[in-house]
Design a binder for this molecule. Structure first.
Ligand SMILES: Cc1ncc(COP(=O)(O)O)c(C=O)c1O
Length: 408
C-alpha cells in the first residue's frame, strides 16, 4: 500500500526543528522575544503596520469583533462557505452572525448579493478567502463602507498570498480594502505554528487593545496607568496612601480580556516557517496547475475557478477543491471518498454551509434556501490532497485515481 496522502498537512524542516529547540533552550517559553520578532517580521512581510500574534485565528477573530466594538444589537455578515469560527466570533460578543451567498466561480462572498441583502443593523463584514483565493475585497469594502460597516478579511486560508487589482499586485493583509485581517497557523494551513493566529491592521488603537485583551486586559506600562485609588477618595484610611504606590510589581486590569497568548516556542516555529513560505506557495501553485491540466477535459468535474485570471501567480493555495457531478459518475460522495481512501488518498468536504449547522438553525432560525449557491456548491465539493511535501509521483497517483472514478 502506498503512503497515505491526507488532504493537507504541515511541512516541517530540520531548520524548523532547530528553531524550536533553540527556543526551548532560551530563557523564554512564552511572551518573550520570539513573539515580538514574529509579529514584526509578519507585519513587514504582508505590509501591515501592526501584527498581534495569538493562540489561534479563532481568538484573533474574537478580538477583531471586540476592538471593532461589535456587540449586542449588531449584525455581522460572513460567507456560509467557511469554517465555523468566521461566524461564531460574532456570537461570542453577543452580536448576530448572518450569511450572504457566495459567487459560483470563486466560492467567496458575492458583493452583489451582499449589497442586495444589506440590513440596517449590519456593522461588520467578515469576507473569507476560500482556499486561498481572495474574495473581491475592493467590491466588498465598497459595499460595507458605504453603510459604515467594518471590513474584516478572514485570510486564514491564504497566508502569504495576494491578488491583482487594476494592474497592481497586493498582498493579503497589506491592502486598503480590509480594516483588519486574520490569519491561521493551524498545521493544515500554508504555514504553521502548531496552533496560532495573527491579527493585522494599520489601526494602532485596535492593535494596542487587541494586545491588551490577549492577556486579561492587563496594562503594564506606567504611562497608561490610571491608578487603583485617587488621593481625594473619602473612604481612604490612614494607611491607604500605600494604595497609591505604583511600584515595580504594579499592573492594572483596565479591560475584560482573555488568555489568548501564543508561546515563544510557537513563534520560533512561525519565524522559521515564514522564511520558507515562498517555496511552500510555489510548490502548491505547481501542484494546482498539474491537477488543473489533468482534469481540464472532464465533463463531470469542475476545477477551481479564478475570479481574476491575473491572480493565478499570487494565490497561496491552501485547498484544492473540485466540484464533482456525483450523479454523472453514478457514485455518492461517500463512495467516492471510500474508493480514494482504499487507494490511500485522503479527501475532505469543505465546507458544510454554516447557516445549516443545527446550532445556527436553532438559534437564528436559518434554513435551506438562505444561500442557494453555497448549498449547491456544498453538494458537489471535494478537496483533494494539496501540500508542499507531495512528490510528483504523489500528484500523479491522485490524478490517476480521480480519472479512474468515472472509468476514464
Ligand atoms: C476560514 C477559517 N477561518 C478561521 C479558522 C479558525 O482558525 P484556527 O483553527 O486557527 O482557530 C479556520 C480554521 O480552520 C478557517 O479555515
Amino acid at each position: 500500500m502506498p503512503p497515505f496522502l491526507p488532504y493537507g498537512r504541515q511541512c516541517i524542516s530540520d531548520a524548523d526543528i532547530a528553531a524550536v529547540i533553540a527556543a526551548l533552550r532560551s530563557d523564554f517559553l512564552t511572551c518573550g522575544p520570539k513573539v515580538e520578532e514574529f509579529e514584526r517580521q509578519f507585519a513587514a512581510f504582508v505590509g501591515a503596520k501592526h501584527a498581534v500574534a495569538v493562540n489561534s485565528a479563532t481568538s484573533a477573530l474574537h478580538l477583531a469583533m471586540c476592538v471593532a466594538g461589535i456587540g449586542p444589537g449588531d449584525r455581522m455578515v460572513t460567507s456560509p462557505n467557511t469554517f465555523l469560527a468566521s461566524a461564531n466570533c460574532a456570537a461570542f460578543v453577543g452580536a448576530t452572525p448572518d450569511f450572504s451567498d457566495i459567487d459560483p466561480v470563486s466560492y467567496n462572498l458575492d458583493p452583489v448579493s451582499l449589497d442586495a441583502n444589506w440590513q440596517a443593523d449590519t456593522k461588520a463584514v467578515i469576507a473569507v478567502d476560500y482556499a486561498g483565493q481572495q474574495a473581491d475585497m475592493p467590491a466588498i469594502a465598497q459595499v460595507a463602507r458605504k453603510h459604515g460597516a467594518v471590513v474584516i478579511e478572514d485570510a486564514c486560508h491564504g497566508t502569504g498570498g495576494g491578488f491583482v487589482h487594476e494592474g497592481k499586485a497586493w498582498k493579503l493583509g497589506g491592502h486598503p480594502w480590509a480594516d483588519m485581517t486574520v490569519f491561521s497557523f493551524h498545521p493544515v494551513k500554508t504555514m504553521t505554528t502548531g496552533e496560532g493566529g495573527m491579527l493585522v491592521t494599520d489601526n494602532a488603537d485596535w492593535a494596542n487593545r487587541a494586545r491588551r485583551l490577549r492577556s486579561h486586559g492587563i496594562v503594564r506600562s506606567p504611562a497608561d496607568f490610571v491608578g487603583l485609588v485617587s488621593p481625594s477618595e473619602p473612604q481612604l484610611s490612614a494607611f491607604s496612601f500605600q494604595l497609591l504606590e505604583k511600584g515595580p510589581w504594579h499592573y492594572e486590569m483596565q479591560d475584560l480580556g482573555y488568555n489568548y497568548r501564543i508561546t515563544d516556542l510557537q513563534c520560533a516555529l512561525g519565524l522559521s516557517q515564514l522564511a520558507q513560505i515562498e517555496a511552500f506557495m510555489a510548490r502548491r501553485r505547481t501542484i494546482v496547475a498539474r491537477y488543473n491540466a489533468a482534469f481540464a477535459d472532464l465533463a463531470w468535474l469542475v476545477t477551481p475557478g479564478l475570479r481574476n485570471p491575473a491572480d493565478r501567480d499570487y494565490i497561496s493555495w491552501h485547498l484544492y477543491t473540485v466540484q464533482i457531478d456525483f450523479q454523472a459518475i453514478g457514485k455518492t460522495r461517500t463512495q467516492v471518498m471510500a474508493e480514494l481512501r482504499r487507494k490511500s488518498i485522503g479527501t475532505q468536504v469543505l465546507y458544510i454551509p454554516v447557516h445549516l449547522q443545527p446550532w445556527y438553525r436553532q438559534t437564528y432560525g436559518y434554513g435551506p434556501g438562505k444561500c442557494p449557491v453555497a448549498e449547491a456548491y456544498y453538494t458537489r465539493a471535494l478537496s483533494l490532497p494539496l501540500y508542499p511535501a507531495m512528490t510528483g509521483a504523489d500528484v500523479e497517483r491522485v490524478q490517476a485515481a480521480v480519472l479512474e472514478l468515472a472509468g476514464n
